[in-house]
Design a protein around this ligand. Structure first.
Ligand SMILES: [Zn+2]
Ligand SMILES: [Zn+2]
Length: 193
């Protein structure tokens, strides 16, 4: 097994289930709920702990490919942006330094679609003011399933967002399995395919 993804493949929940701390499906309380944060951040912290030298600045500045995305993101968490004094790459939505660090982060790719989704969800939820509320809510809804290893297709993500925009977040939040689908909205035209 590729050592760069080994830590991610252990210790993940098998099914989406309520968080013992916040009661939402595990992951939805990220990052404010400690129980959710522990599970979402576990693979990042595990990879970071495996590094022989744990130097956030060095890892954040390294050439793409030198470290796994998990280590890059964990390094950014530990750094404070000099421009806005927030978490680097997740501070003020207008901060140029954060935008540059966030853009550099994505030069390091996740090895699987599922890991990419996990990473995107975590990044979006850590900097919710950077994106539209419907985008943030959509990632919050699907994160518990991403944690179990599921891959939610782009078309399904789009559909979830349409429901969110229609004010149906609470209904979606009650579903404990994929797909997150509700009775069709009569006023939304859904194109086949
Ligand atoms: Zn929680
Ligand atoms: Zn900043």
């Amino acid at each position: 097994m590729d050592a760069r993804v080994a830590n991610w493949r252990v210790d993940r929940p098998e099914t989406a289930k309520p968080c013992a701390t916040c009661g939402e499906l595990l992951g939805r309380g990220y990052p404010s709920c400690e129980g959710c944060a522990e599970v979402v951040d576990r693979p990042l912290r595990a990879d970071w702990t495996d590094l022989p030298e744990q130097d956030p600045e060095r890892v954040a500045d390294a050439a793409p490919g030198e470290y796994s995305w998990t280590c890059v993101d964990w390094a950014l968490r530990q750094l404070t942006c000099e421009g806005c004094r927030g978490e680097l790459a997740a501070g003020a939505p207008t901060c140029v330094g954060c935008a540059a660090a966030d853009s550099a982060r994505w030069e390091v790719q996740a090895p699987t679609t599922n890991e990419h989704a996990l990473r995107t969800a975590a990044v979006v939820l850590r900097a919710p003011s950077w994106r539209r509320e419907s985008v943030v809510s959509t990632w919050r809804l699907v994160l518990p399933f991403v944690l179990t290893g599921a891959v939610v297709p782009v078309a399904a993500m789009r559909q979830v967002r349409i429901y969110v925009l229609a004010g149906r977040y609470e209904e979606l939040a009650e579903l404990e399995a994929l797909p997150l689908a509700l009775p069709r909205l009569p006023w939304v035209t859904v194109t086949a395919g």
